[in-house]
Design a protein around this ligand. Structure first.
Ligand SMILES: NC(=O)c1ccc[n+]([C@@H]2O[C@H](COP(=O)([O-])OP(=O)(O)OC[C@H]3O[C@@H](n4cnc5c(N)ncnc54)[C@H](OP(=O)(O)O)[C@@H]3O)[C@@H](O)[C@H]2O)c1
Length: 302
């Protein structure tokens, strides 16, 4: 089995080290910016030498994971490559979703195979990451040799793979961010409207959770566009105008966001086949009307 070193002993590096050790990969080195993080990761993983020496850590291994924050990956790779830290025939991975394997060019230039392996997951702490990484989707791209090892690793984690061209990673990562981070932001937007309606923040989230979970379940079971419900899906212009009027009265700064999300929702409703093109036009013209100031001619488009 390939010997593995990890540089960057944070959430992802520690969880990957733990899982790979569990699946039979010897973890030989764990390096971090601070020795405290490296030691903490070593304790969790159960093997590997903790260090702050990234060159020495890479030198022990056949596979090196650079799991630092995205902003440090290239610097770390250049440093190890320029100091001769990568063994001949070694493989270097990073796990960023936004960056491609091109960022590991300094390793490639010294004859090392490189790839990126991005877990399509939100990993907030090590214990949760260990649970969630297994069975996740992993987006992989890079050199053929590194890709074949990436596939072995994904299979060892009982994951599923998505392959991508290097230049498509920013678009792919934007998609992941919209579906995950913007979901959080959209719930925040809903909470703000509840608050404006006089419902306390905590009660609002508790009350919305069953609706949010039900919606996510519908997405899982029915997919998009079938999971869409609500006034736009039904073409109910009276209700939509009621929303727009209330928002323009109470939270005018939110009108543009509501309207832009609404415009995209109209597209989904057309795809679902529950509204016709002329109903869609009527809804869009409502958004236009309120974004340009509603009935009173006031400019709410901020
Ligand atoms: N978290 C997620 O949800 C998630 C999901 C998918 C992919 N990823 C990717 O996984 C990678 C790691 O993310 P993370 O969430 O695990 O970050 P993290 O918890 O912040 O961990 C990063 C670790 O890197 C170490 N580090 C920083 N600069 C370093 C350097 N110059 N040399 C050596 N070590 C250094 C830090 O060490 P110290 O503690 O010693 O300062 C820190 O522990 C990123 O590429 C990220 O995009 C994250």
């Amino acid at each position: 089995m390939h010997k593995v070193s990890i540089i960057g002993a944070g959430v992802v590096g520690t969880a990957m080290g733990y899982l790979l050790k569990e699946r039979g990969y010897p973890i030989v080195g764990i390096a971090s910016r601070t020795i405290e993080s490296a030691k903490k990761a070593r304790e969790f993983i159960g093997e590997g030498e903790a260090s702050t020496d990234i060159r020495a850590t890479a030198k022990k291994a056949d596979i090196v994971f650079i799991t630092t924050p995205d902003s440090a990956i290239e610097k770390v790779c250049i440093k190890v490559a320029s100091e001769g830290g990568f063994n001949p025939g070694a493989i270097v991975f990073h796990m960023s979703g936004a960056l491609s394997s091109e960022i590991l060019g300094s390793a490639r230039n010294v004859g090392v195979n490189v790839a990126s392996i991005h877990p399509l997951q939100s990993l907030a702490d090590v214990r949760e990451a260990v649970k969630n990484l297994s069975g996740s989707y992993f987006c992989i791209e890079g050199d053929e040799v590194a890709l074949s090892v990436a596939r072995e690793i994904v299979a060892a984690l009982r994951g599923k793979e998505i392959t991508l061209e290097a230049d498509k990673k920013p678009l792919y990562h934007a998609g992941a961010s919209v579906a995950s981070n913007f979901l959080v932001a959209t719930v925040g937007f809903g909470l703000e409207l509840f608050e404006a309606a006089g419902i306390g923040k905590e009660d609002s989230l508790n009350a919305l959770m069953p609706l949010i979970k039900g919606t996510v379940k519908n997405i899982e079971i029915l997919g998009i566009p079938s999971a869409l419900t609500g006034p736009i899906s039904r073409g109910d212009t009276g209700v939509i105008e009621g929303h727009l009027k209330a928002i323009s009265d109470e939270k005018p700064e939110m009108l543009r966001l509501y309207s832009e999300l609404g415009r995209y929702t109209v597209k989904v409703a057309i795809e679902k086949g529950t509204i016709e093109k002329d109903e869609a036009k009527r809804i869009i013209s409502l958004f236009d009307k309120y974004q340009s100031g509603g009935d009173d001619g006031q400019d709410n488009n901020q």
